[in-house]
Design a protein around this ligand. Structure first.
Ligand code: SF4
Length: 694
């Protein structure tokens, strides 16, 4: 029996792990969390939760948290604890010195999808207004940036089209490159409930994920494609729909650009896109593709849910557009039960993108070059803005190696662990003169930092997160910031020291400014969130109660736009030396690189990442269950234990990436999405061989 004591009061807040956005009651005794109880009125979770949100909050009080600011002039020097005043003054003087010598564009920053909307907004405001450039990017660069591009091109805005409730009216559910059981557990359960009620299921994934064979649910079609061939499969499905006369023509004529549709239809009808023609290189039998296409087009309300198995490819943006094409061609956009829904990974990745974290976009996905929009920001911020888009993260690192980018402010990110091509990331960081890391722990990126500013956990701040269904929810402070300041306050200190003061006293004032400058947030305020619990953007005069379903009467861009999606094989190829394809994913109890969950009791559920390998490939290599193996790619190598399973097809291996010792990004390549630079994490040619351990 564990004595946990009785709570004295409780505060409703939002989980800081995944994009489902479960609401919790933090039950408190003074400033100590007694337990987190799933909140029954939470509109995204209705009283449910998973093991991360329920149990994995102890990292907030973990002994390894850094609670004092630290500086050092060289990354080989030991850290020196200093006062907040000294750390902020040092940061500002270094950034100013670099800019005086190398120009305004020589510094920049990275926002965090773990932080609140208000904190993200402030970082991009500091960079655009205080640094005087648009060198701001976000960790969404490495996950859902192709969603932004693909859905922007086809529908006119970067967001899932549905609320979670919509799945209750779905007749056919298509899951592409996502593992909702592990990645988005609470929504995954709702999806499975609908499947148990009789909805049909199509899974497009190289691996037999849990949902393919969940109890009482059997996928009607599992298309186990070879990693990297999403576009070929989706175009082959479109081929079937067009050539077999399954297009929802009335819908397309009314809602979409008809000329673009005809152009697209002629393209997909070409015999080279038929399921039979692509079978050899996708590895999926043609009859499965034909059956899946017919079911999606004729089975009633068809809803598509997708994850990083779609976006983290050299054709990530093309794949998103191919998905949007299928939905428009079958009339599956604009009502309950249908739609295109990116399952967002991080708690606030939707919000960090909404808040202007990309180098070419102001909040609300408006291009920085648009004079009218930019002038509105200039007027309110009292500063002239650069209208040239800034650098993306990979370009910042390139410029650092070349010597023209020398200062970086990183709010709540660990780019050394999470970004591709670790050698390039560390070379870029090592070449900079002032790297400022604001985080809870001394992460891998902090090894290259000159200033460490101790950040705050979600329990120590007020603000809002926006989940995968565009739902804006309150984050409420339940304890004082352990290091003295919440993240938003730290950004204000830097801004003031840089000579660009931003006088807010509470995050609600920041949200008021966001609402003033961002049409899709115009009706959002803390008062409204207190009253209604949450609201889904767009929320404005046209939709004062928010927008659960988007594109009902017309697409945000007017007419839906079909895009031609030519399949271009990735440059990452298998061959005699690297004959297998590695792809990656998550497990339920851990989160991303594990910086938080590994510092909680959830680590007991998962001690190491393992390599899944098919029995045929294991036997060929003399690998037995539990053996150590060496995993080697053209980029690098690592060691981990093997587990032998037919969840993966012959020729494909799979691992998770939660433990730093796995160093999965030492293995991955530097190929990336052609439109957004999102790294191709999901396709790496590798060899596997027995080893004696790390
Ligand atoms: Fe909900 Fe996701 Fe948090 Fe789990 S990790 S409790 S599903 S928001």
């Amino acid at each position: 029996v564990i004595e946990i004591g009785q709570p004295e009061h409780s505060v409703v807040t939002t989980c800081a792990y995944c994009g489902v956005g479960c609401a919790f009651k933090a039950e408190m005794r003074g400033e100590e969390v007694v337990r987190m109880v799933p909140y029954k009125d939470g509109k995204a979770n209705r009283g449910h939760s998973c093991v991360k949100g329920r149990f994995a909050w102890g990292y907030a009080t973990h002994k390894e948290r850094i609670l004092k600011p630290m500086i050092r002039s060289k990354i080989t020097d030991p850290w020196k604890e200093v006062s907040w005043e000294e750390a902020i003054a040092y940061t500002a003087s270094e950034f100013k010195r670099i800019q005086a010598k190398h120009g305004k564009a020589s510094i920049g920053g990275i926002t965090s999808s773990r932080c609140t909307n208000e904190e993200t907004y402030l970082v991009q405001k500091l960079i655009r207004g205080g640094f005087g450039n648009n060198n701001v990017d976000t960790c969404a660069r490495v996950c859902h940036s192709p969603t932004g591009y693909g859905l922007g091109q086809t529908f006119g805005t970067s967001a899932g089209t549905q609320d979670f409730d919509s799945v209750e009216d779905s007749d056919v559910i298509v899951v592409i490159g996502a593992n909702p059981t592990d990645g988005h557990p609470v929504f995954g359960s709702r999806m499975k409930k609908r499947l148990r009620e009789g909805a049909r299921l199509i899974v497009i994934d190289p691996r037999k994920t849990d949902i393919v064979r969940t109890p009482h649910v059997e996928a009607d079609y599992h298309l186990p494609l070879l990693p990297g061939t999403n576009v070929a499969i989706l175009t082959a499905m479109a081929h079937v729909i067009v050539t077999e006369g399954l297009v929802a023509e009335d819908y397309v004529r009314e809602r979409c650009d008809w000329d673009e549709f005809q152009n697209w239809a002629a393209f997909v009808a070409d015999p080279r896109h038929s399921p039979e023609a692509v079978e050899q290189y996708t590895g999926v039998p043609a009859e499965l593709v034909r059956g899946a296409a017919r079911l999606y087009a004729t089975g009633g309300n068809g809803a598509i849910y997708y994850g990083l198995g779609v976006t983290e490819h050299s054709q990530g943006s093309t794949t998103v557009m191919a998905i949007a094409n299928l939905a428009m061609a079958t009339g599956n956009i604009g009502r309950r039960g249908v739609g295109v829904n990116p399952l967002r990974g991080q708690n606030n990745v939707q919000g960090s993108c909404d808040m202007g974290s990309f180098p070419h976009e102001l909040p609300g996905y408006r291009h920085i070059a648009g004079d009218e929009v930019r002038h509105a920001f200039e007027e309110l911020w009292g500063v002239q803005l650069d209208k040239e888009p800034g650098l993306r993260i990979p370009n910042m690192l390139d410029a650092a190696v070349e010597g023209s980018f020398l200062g970086l402010y990183v709010q709540g990110e660990d780019i050394v662990q999470s970004d591709p091509d670790t050698k390039h990331v560390t070379a870029g960081l090592a070449a900079m003169e002032c790297v400022v890391v604001q985080d809870l722990f001394l992460n891998e990126t902090a090894n290259y930092a000159h200033v460490f500013l101790p950040g705050s956990s979600f329990l120590e701040k007020d603000g809002t997160f926006t989940n995968a269904e565009r739902r804006i929810q309150r984050v409420r402070k339940v304890m004082s910031p352990k290091a003295g300041y919440a993240d938003w306050e730290i950004t204000l200190l830097i801004a003031e020291a840089m000579g660009f003061p931003m006088p807010y006293e509470h995050p609600s004032q920041i949200m008021d400014e966001i609402a003033r400058l961002t049409p899709s947030f115009a009706g959002v305020s803390y008062e409204k969130l207190e009253r209604d619990g949450s609201v889904q953007w767009p929320c404005n005069d046209k939709a004062p109660e928010g927008t659960p379903i988007m594109h009902i009467d017309h697409f945000v861009r007017g007419k839906g736009r079909f895009m031609v999606t030519e399949y271009v094989p990735t440059d990452e190829r298998t061959g005699a030396r690297f004959p297998l394809l590695l792809t990656t994913g998550r497990i339920l109890s851990q989160y991303n690189v594990g910086a938080q969950t590994r510092r909680t009791e959830n680590s007991l559920w998962h001690e190491e990442d393992v390599l899944e390998i098919h029995p045929h490939d294991a036997e060929q290599r003399g690998v037995r269950e539990g053996d150590w193996v060496r995993l080697e790619s053209r980029s690098g190598s690592t060691s981990l234990r093997a587990t032998i399973t037919d969840r993966v097809a012959p020729g494909v291996v799979y691992t998770t990436f939660h433990h730093p010792s796995t160093q999965a990004n030492v293995i991955t390549t530097d190929y990336s999405d052609w439109a957004t630079n999102c790294p191709e994490y999901k396709v790496t040619a590798v060899q596997v061989m027995p080893s004696n351990g790390p």
